[in-house]
Design a protein around this ligand. Sequence first.
Ligand code: T4K
Length: 367
Amino acid sequence: MNSPIYVTQPVLPELDEFIPYLEQIWKNKILTNCGPLHQQLEQELCAYLGVDYISLFNNGTIALVTALQALDLTVGEVITTPYTFVATAHSIVWNKLTPVFVDIDPKTSNIDPAEVEKAITDRTVAIMPVHCYGIACDVEQLQNIADQNNLKLIYDAAHAFGVKHQGQSLLNYGDLSVISFHATKVFNTFEGGAVVCHSAEMKQRIDRLKNFGIVSETAIDDISLNGKLSEVHAALGLLQLKSIDETLLARKHIDHYYRELLRDVDGIACIQRPAAETDNYAYFPIVISKPYPLSRDELFNALKKQNIFARKYFYPIMTDLEIYKSYQCDTPNAKNLSERVLCLPMYPELTIEQIKLIVNVIYSVVR
Ligand code: T4K
């Protein structure tokens, strides 16, 4: 039996390269609270991503929670997608806001702007779309809707590290964008995340919010969380940035190779990635339908038998979870996609032999 192949494996630098950073931390004894490595990583990320202001966080979820708080959204409805990871919806409910789930465009897996428009009421305060799999939402249309209805637009850009759209970072769209640096993401700092914003004032507000609301030694202006990224995490980020272009290139090759091999399997569709100037190939989702002889779950199990652990990102949709049942909405496209999607292993160290092994399992039932 081959050794297990997971949906992803984190990129890590050579351990030797990490030691000097640890020595520096040990020497100056600054472990957290926005120390020198944290500041350096913010600067280097702004330059690499092409954004003006970034605030690092300990993970993407706390960054999402804080982003909503930073916009002073305290009551009302937030229109979002049910086809996502739970953190998107959790961040809305943690802020005591009401999620309103609307349907997606099945071609992109992203929120459908026409459905957003239909769901707007006098209680709507914001839209929170997700650039699912790193595929850009219809950012122009969503901005128009937000502007016309005086709504805040916060992107859950957890999957969208490094993606460019119309010649600039996708993270520059909307009022705020939130990225994740989790171990399973394109760029990881073990755990981590960030909020991208457009002004020094907003960055200062977010930085205070991620530090308990502390303004000075004796003034605390907000009831907020501890969302800071430690120096060890920031150090890893600095190292990861050195190889990020190689990481993205390796992902691109894997994406293209899968597409080539799967081209002629009837009933297996690879979700099209738009012609972004810089894509990040964050995931490799396939959609299974007739005449392919296996259902999604049967294929999932067939792969598992061969020690290949694909994942059903994103199944179930939010409104099929007991905890979100009370926010039920009719989203047939999201439901349908979630029952047919399977994310195949996708990470830079995946070998050609492993890809062939995965594709052979998919082919084995049609030959
Ligand atoms: N918004 C969206 C749209 C998101 O997708 C996410 C996170 C967030 C917000 C929140 O961002 P964070 O707060 O996480 O920064 C994973 C991740 O935990 C989660 O970050 C991610 N989305 C979600 C889509 O996937 P699981 O429960 O599927 O992860 P897990 O532990 O099963 O890992 C998957 C595979 O990855 C494992 O089978 C093996 C491999 N792996 C995983 C870890 C953690 C490793 O090789 N090494 C590792 O350290 O949620």
